[in-house]
Design a protein around this ligand. Structure first.
Ligand SMILES: Cc1cc2nc3c(=O)[nH]c(=O)nc-3n(C[C@H](O)[C@H](O)[C@H](O)COP(=O)(O)OP(=O)(O)OC[C@H]3O[C@@H](n4cnc5c(N)ncnc54)[C@H](O)[C@@H]3O)c2cc1C
Length: 469
């Protein structure tokens, strides 16, 4: 696959999150495309909409902004994900090894701050998006994996990484039962004496997390901009190329004509290589799958409500993640072991118009198989869908890798900015990364003053690492 055919496809599978559409879903502010603008943002997922929000909020001299989207608003990964933000402390270890303790602390605190920033903005803007601040219970079903995580946890404590105060390690005695009796008293959001309920858990950790309805967050936020700014939104308008103009700006060519832009933001996630050649072969699109599981209202065996969000690590290379929705439904993603062997299904694959049917039987019984009290619940899949995230291939095949996002100025392009490549975990990164990108644009500051973690910076060295099979 080359950069030339990495574009969103039509007729994408229907995720649960897009079962209730907002009035702006297919908005075109004007019939014709504007001729020019100050900032042109490509992609209307969480990255693009958050960037627009930060560019336009509390700004006495707001730039003219055009937001272009190939399909509908929030029809990409943000509208198809697990609806979950967490700051996983286990991801910190490779950062400590490669970049040192300060870079690791910076990353972990950035992710933690994102949880509160998204919750705060949902409240400030009165977004009806089912945001719930909670605890994430990551469980490990093999003793070897649980022991490895315990070692990591202790090393992080020893290294003085202060964010670790928010992490609770739960050993084998209580992992399945999951009592939080030993949670530190200064942790505000711990669930006391709640059960993990994950059968056979040999160990676990809990951390602060946020769950929400991502489509409603994004469309709600964008609707606020429509109400109070002059942002021009053009859906169903794929960008086919971005080229330099004579006066240091860019000509952005779409299926409906061209726009001249002083600055361009690539918020195009898995599809960035389609229009941003420097990204080609550095990171590749990976197709993954997610489900919504429902218990029949008339089931005589109503299961217990789950009060955490969860990760289930079946072994150290197979993990499901799930959130119990406030209405009793479950969003569950993962099931990788059911289809990983067929690489054509998922590797370098942008087609989210087809399902990964191999995963369906796994999701049909994941609650019955893994949670106490769910055995006879009748829980069953009512939505199954696919989506894309941008992944560094080395991470996918399990090597130690630089699997961090690319944020900042596009290499060699003064007026082009990118925020993409979140390796399947963009939710705890994007909103504040977009704030940093907007600061670079608004105040013309260098990356180092943007507030974005240093390891996300687009550098020549990072781009040297070509991804090969
Ligand atoms: C099944 C699944 C589950 C996930 N679960 C989680 C989770 O629980 N927690 C978490 O943190 N992360 C999760 N992720 C990852 C997370 O969803 C992404 O990191 C995040 O949504 C990326 O947001 P974005 O705005 O950058 O990209 P997107 O939401 O993909 O938005 C990019 C937009 O750009 C548009 N676009 C692309 N190319 C063009 C073009 N040429 N012209 C015009 N428009 C274009 C696309 O149509 C799309 O709407 C998951 C992803 C998937 C697929």
């Amino acid at each position: 696959m080359t950069g030339n055919n990495i574009f969103p496809v039509p007729n994408a599978t229907l995720p649960y999150w897009r079962s209730e559409l907002h009035g702006i879903d297919s908005l075109r502010t004007t019939e014709e495309l504007p001729k020019e603008c100050d900032v042109l943002i490509i992609g209307a997922g969480l990255s693009g909409v958050s960037t627009a929000y930060h560019l336009l909020s509390d700004n006495p001299s707001p730039p003219s902004i055009v937001l272009l989207e190939a399909r509908e608003i929030c029809s990409g990964a943000t509208g198809r994900n697990g609806g979950h933000l967490l700051s996983p402390h286990s991801y910190v270890d490779p950062v400590v090894r490669e970049h040192g303790v300060d870079a690791a602390r910076e990353l972990a605190l950035f992710q933690r701050d994102q949880i509160y920033a998204m919750k705060g903005i949902a409240e400030k803007e009165n977004l009806d998006c089912d945001a719930v601040l909670t605890r994430y219970f990551e469980t490990f079903l093999t003793q070897a994996h649980a022991d490895k995580v315990k070692r990591q946890y202790k090393e992080q404590l020893k290294a003085g990484l202060d964010f670790i105060q928010d992490v609770q390690y739960v050993g084998p005695k209580y992992a399945e039962q999951g009592s939080c009796r030993f949670v530190l008293y200064d942790i505000k959001h711990a669930n006391w004496n709640q059960l993990s309920g994950v059968k056979g858990a040999k160990g676990g950790t809990t951390t602060t997390a946020l769950q929400l309805w991502p489509y409603k967050f994004v469309t709600g936020l964008l609707a606020r901009l429509v109400e109070r700014t002059s942002i021009n939104i053009q859906t169903h308008t794929p960008v086919t190329s971005v080229s330099p103009s004579e006066d240091a700006g860019s000509i952005v060519t779409t299926s409906r004509g061209s726009i001249k832009a002083r600055k361009v933001v690539f918020a195009t996630n898995a599809y960035t290589a389609g229009i941003c050649p420097t990204i080609e072969k550095k990171i590749v699109p990976i197709k993954i799958t997610c489900s919504h599981i429902k218990v029949p209202e008339k089931s005589p065996n109503q299961p217990p409500h789950l009060s955490h969000t969860y990760g289930i690590n079946f072994n150290d290379s197979s993990r499901d993640y799930l959130i119990p929705r406030p209405d009793g439904g479950i969003i569950c993603g993962g099931a990788k072991s059911t289809y990983a062997g067929d690489k054509n299904l998922w590797f370098n694959n942008v087609d989210d118009s087809t399902l990964i049917e191999q995963a369906r039987p796994h999701f049909e019984t994941v609650m019955q198989d893994n949670f106490r009290g769910w055995e006879n619940s009748g829980a069953a899949v009512d939505y199954l869908w696919t989506g894309k995230y941008f992944a560094d291939m080395r991470e996918v095949i399990g090597y130690t890798a630089d699997s961090w996002p690319h944020c900042g100025k596009v290499h060699g392009q003064e007026n082009h900015y990118v925020l993409a490549g979140y390796n399947g975990a963009g939710m705890p990164v994007i909103f504040l990364a977009a704030k940093g990108i907007s600061k670079m644009i608004r105040e013309d500051v260098p990356f180092e003053e943007s507030g974005i973690p240093r390891i996300f910076k687009v550098t020549e060295k990072r781009l040297e690492k070509d991804v090969t099979r």
